[in-house]
Design a protein around this ligand. Structure first.
Ligand SMILES: Cc1cc2nc3c(=O)[nH]c(=O)nc-3n(C[C@H](O)[C@H](O)[C@H](O)COP(=O)(O)OP(=O)(O)OC[C@H]3O[C@@H](n4cnc5c(N)ncnc54)[C@H](O)[C@@H]3O)c2cc1C
Length: 324
């Protein structure tokens, strides 16, 4: 591990001040729990001029009702998210996903905003400086070639966050604060498939919160495949939300992580109005294969991760379907 680079440190008390500070320098970065960013900086991945610590921003760690909806501040820690009664009442799947991130000491500091905005990962990127130098660096940092897809002009590093797919299937909105305004975007539109720039935030914007609507009859679940159950990123993760009406699928939402450069929703239109049976499961598996683009970005092979994704999805829908 390298020493941290030199930077100016700020601890603003408001989000307005935080975004103004960010707008003031192209090389400034936000830091929340630091469990993703600081590890990368210690590896020499980035040299921010300024670190803008969000942990003193008033109201950023609020969880509160907004009419029928639930407001989850970007500064809420994952530990708090996993145990909050309003979260458990709205969707235990969200608490489950938060609890599956890293280990307990990480979750005590790690925030929702940091989880959603965490960097993409790759075996050619999350390495020491000397390892990356020996390989001529890569497109994501300092180099001009993607070693995963050598002829590509974009980076194929993978997004491995656990919480985003659940927020997608629960139909969450991201609340984004800029210097002069606040905008909302669907969680499904908060990302783009580029390992080098996967979050749809302008340089002077911060994620303020995620707002979840009431879930009606929708029930959700999340599962991930990982090497070590105690602490590990998803090799593939799947979130599912299902509304069953009598013997048909009235609504089915599926989102995946750990497979592409962004968490992605999967098309399920051809399953609506059907009974959940082995033909429907085959259709869902086909839709998943079409959407996922699993490449050799982790030490575990792409074929295994693709199969794990399909198996997890089927198991989750089986369980939610049986639950009624
Ligand atoms: C050993 C280990 C295991 C891990 N396992 C997992 C895992 O299983 N699943 C998983 O999802 N993650 C995992 N992580 C990654 C990380 O711990 C989590 O994603 C964590 O939630 C990041 O939150 P943070 O507050 O610490 O983010 P930070 O490190 O503070 O920030 C991460 C990024 O988000 C940006 N950011 C933070 N807040 C905001 C905001 N409000 N608006 C805009 N940008 C913002 C920062 O600028 C930075 O680029 C692991 C990390 C380690 C070290």
């Amino acid at each position: 591990m390298n020493l941290l680079p030199d930077f100016r440190y700020h601890r603003p008390a408001t989000l307005e001040e935080a975004v103004q500070l960010k707008a003031g320098s192209a090389a400034a970065r936000f830091v929340a729990g630091g469990t993703d960013l600081l590890v990368n900086l210690r590896r020499g991945l980035g040299e921010p001029s300024d670190l803008i610590d969000l942990t003193a921003v008033a109201g950023l760690a609020d969880i509160r009702r907004e009419g029928d909806s639930l407001w989850l501040g970007a500064g809420v820690t994952l530990a708090e998210l996993a145990r909050h009664p309003e979260v458990l009442a709205l969707s235990p799947a969200l608490a489950e996903a938060a609890l599956s991130v890293a280990g307990p000491t990480h979750r005590a500091a790690a925030t929702l905003g940091g989880n959603l905005c965490q960097d993409t990962r790759c075996i050619f990127y999350n390495q020491s400086e000397w390892w990356r130098a020996a390989n001529g660096y890569c497109l994501k940092h300092n180099g001009d070639k993607c070693h995963v897809v050598p002829k590509s002009d974009r980076c194929y590093a993978t997004y491995h966050g656990d919480v985003a797919p659940v927020l997608m299937v629960l139909d969450g909105d991201a609340v984004v604060a800029g210097p002069d305004s606040v905008r909302r975007a669907k969680m499904t539109a908060f990302y783009c498939e580029d390992g080098g720039a996967h979050v749809n935030l302008a340089a002077n914007e911060a994620l303020a919160a995620v707002v979840l609507p009431p879930q009606g009859g929708r029930r959700a679940a999340y599962a991930k495949a990982r090497i070590r159950d105690a602490i590990d990123f998803p090799l593939a993760g799947v979130a599912v939300a299902l509304r069953r009406e009598r013997n048909v699928i009235a609504e089915l939402r599926v989102a995946i992580t750990g497979t592409n450069s962004a968490p992605l929703d999967v098309s399920t239109g051809d399953l609506i109005g059907r009974v959940w049976d082995s033909d429907a499961a085959t259709l869902l598996a086909k839709n998943l294969r079409k959407r996922a683009n699993v490449l050799l970005t982790t030490v575990v092979g792409a074929i295994y991760r693709r199969r794990a994704m399909q198996g997890l999805a089927r198991r989750l829908v089986d369980t939610l379907w049986e639950g009624g």
